[in-house]
Design a binder for this molecule. Structure first.
Ligand SMILES: [Zn+2]
Length: 346
């Protein structure tokens, strides 16, 4: 008997799944002939309906505009303005969506992205505002931690803090703020560079928080051990970021890597919160559980409500209270460890 025989019945099943899923996956507003027509017309005339754009002067030299944005001159104009193609795509998308809504159809994605309405040239105004709020909360959290460990808690005779994780949380704060800054930029303007910067800083932060969770949960205080644990993880995350930026920007692969790193640290924090006698472990627990739920929320990829609020924006909203609670846990941890060391000294 063929050893593969038991698997043969699986093949038609897999084929059936593909057939059923294919039309679902294939629906993209950019494949709609009416949309394609609209963009083609617009690139020739520079108009959609009675709206016309100045940027369509570009196509007169006969050169298609499909290279990376930074190859086009002048840079300062490119950054602020929209070129002919993006203008046409945007306005054709809006007019198509308007017609579709009148026919009672649900919104579809265009070029893999939901039809967002812009506000003063900002592509996703809600996500931008929420990212900015996240940035502010992170800054506040970091500053309050800084004031606590250097000004409110006693210092060692050598002016260093008793808390062993001060330096690590400083790096964490900086990586967080960096990541939210690029999130603001990316949600204002989707181009290749801003997307890569946003994604790379998020991956760097996620990789770092994994290291941080291991060092804190296992109470690693020895410098050499810290280096031994973090070096392979830093190497892995760096390789992954370089791969994404300079080899292939692979969404699927990145999702898997990020999910794996997130699950690892969720487990580490959750188990630690369960077994430790930390006075603020409930905060840890709340943050870990809520972050898990927020991640699930993000997988519900629904179209933006009224053209503004989608699952990703909501996810950015949930991280605001969680960041607040998280920094509060960090401050509690600093106080807890400091009082432990002071008791030991006495
Ligand atoms: Zn985002």
């Amino acid at each position: 008997m063929n050893p593969m025989a038991p698997f043969h019945f699986l093949l038609p099943l897999i084929a059936l799944c593909f057939l059923l899923l294919r039309p679902l996956a294939a629906i993209d507003g950019a494949d709609d002939p009416l949309y394609i027509d609209c963009v083609e017309q617009c690139e020739k005339t520079g108009c959609v309906g009675n709206r016309c754009f100045q940027h369509c002067k570009f196509s007169s030299d006969g050169k298609p505009i499909d290279g990376p944005w930074y190859m086009h001159e002048p840079l300062y104009l490119r950054w602020k303005q929209w070129d002919c193609r993006t203008d046409c795509r945007y306005h054709c998308m809006l007019s198509r969506e308007e017609e579709r809504t009148k026919d009672g159809a649900r919104p579809v994605k265009y070029h893999g992205k939901w039809p967002f309405k812009r506000v003063s040239g900002i592509q996703e105004p809600v996500a931008v505002a929420l990212s900015a709020l996240n940035l502010a909360i992170q800054f506040h959290g970091w500053i309050s931690f800084f004031i606590l460990v250097y000004y409110k808690l006693p210092l060692r005779p050598d002016k260093k803090t008793y808390y062993e994780y001060t330096g690590l949380w400083h790096i964490y704060g900086i990586l967080c703020m960096n990541s939210w800054l690029w999130s603001v930029v990316f949600h204002s303007r989707h181009v290749e560079l801003t997307e890569k910067l946003d994604c790379s800083s998020a991956v760097a932060l996620l990789g770092y928080t994994l290291i941080q969770s291991i060092l804190r949960a296992f109470n690693v205080k020895d410098e050499a051990t810290r280096v031994m644990i973090s070096a392979p993880l830093i190497a892995f995350v760096t390789t992954h970021i370089l791969y994404l930026n300079f080899y292939e920007f692979d969404y699927g692969l990145n999702m898997k890597v990020c999910a794996a790193m997130a699950v690892c640290q969720f487990l580490i924090w959750a188990i630690w919160a369960g077994v430790s006698i930390h006075p603020s472990r409930w905060k840890l627990f709340v943050v870990v559980v809520a972050e898990c739920l927020a991640m699930v929320l993000q997988t519900f990829d629904f179209p933006p409500y009224k053209g503004y609020v989608d699952a990703h924006a909501l996810w950015h909203a949930t991280t605001i209270p969680l960041a607040f609670l998280w920094w509060s846990f960090i401050r509690d941890d600093a106080e807890f460890r400091t009082s432990y060391h002071l008791k030991k000294v006495k």
